[in-house]
Design a protein around this ligand. Structure first.
Ligand SMILES: [Zn+2]
Length: 239
């Protein structure tokens, strides 16, 4: 198994160093993503695209590609090592896995609340047990939607830890978060030194002096690094 892993690693390294089409790179990443998805027991085909938005994200349903999609930050793919790319991929797969379960639950609840309506013109004419089914299903749908939308920060931590579990290492994550933190900090220092008063004020709302981005849906970088280091301490004993 590790030989497959290594051949893909060298393939990506090779791709990065040569002038190849983006399509070839995406195909290669797609193979990697689907191999890692199998490892994480996610057995749907995942489509991959490159994102210019400087972030990676998981997406349920894209009309042009299909149900399960991962967009990988192109900048990161070109510049970061295999460990960091793998970590990002597994993090996004964890999102897909969880959202697909919640989405399925939501569809099922909506279905259960909708079907009795086909046979009974009004809620009040339904037999009592169907009234219970409809009520419970609607409440379940409501909570699932709320959970999907409000649980973002918590889910980010779960996705990070799931990625570390899948890879047996958190180092790829720690490395890329440290790089990001460093990058943000340099940016912060540069603006604080040379920026206008206005730029400084607006920057302070977005980035802390240590480099944490404040307007992100994710936990701050130092927090992500902290719990991943804790994961390393608890899981990797022979290093
Ligand atoms: Zn995430």
């Amino acid at each position: 198994m590790s030989s497959i892993v290594f051949s893909i690693v060298s393939e990506i390294r090779f791709l990065r160093n040569s002038l190849i089409s983006e399509r070839t790179l995406v195909d290669s990443l797609e193979k990697r993503v689907n191999a890692l998805a199998k490892k994480m027991n996610f057995n749907h085909k995942i489509n991959v695209k490159l994102s210019e938005r400087r972030q990676s994200y998981a997406q349920i349903y894209d009309p042009t590609t299909g149900w399960f999609n991962i967009a990988l930050d192109k900048n990161k793919v070109m510049r970061f090592g295999q460990g960091s790319i793998d970590f990002t991929i597994c993090h996004e797969i964890a999102h897909l896995k969880r959202t697909s379960k919640l989405g399925l639950g939501m569809t099922l609840s909506l279905f259960l609340s909708f079907v009795p309506k086909l046979f009974y013109p009004s809620f009040f004419l339904m037999p009592a047990f169907l009234q219970v089914v409809v009520t419970v299903s609607l409440i379940a749908t409501f909570f699932l939607i709320a959970y999907i939308n409000l649980g973002v920060k918590l889910n980010e931590k779960i996705a990070d830890l799931a990625a570390a579990d899948a890879l047996g290492s958190a180092r790829g994550g720690i490395f890329s978060f440290q790089k990001l933190l460093e990058h943000n900090k340099q940016y912060y220092d540069a603006i604080m030194k040379n920026g206008t008063e206005e730029e400084k004020i607006s920057l302070e709302k977005k980035v802390t002096p240590e480099g944490n981005a404040l307007n992100s849906t994710h936990p701050v970088l130092t927090e992500r690094i902290r719990y991943l280091k804790e994961w390393e301490r608890n899981h990797v004993r022979n290093s």
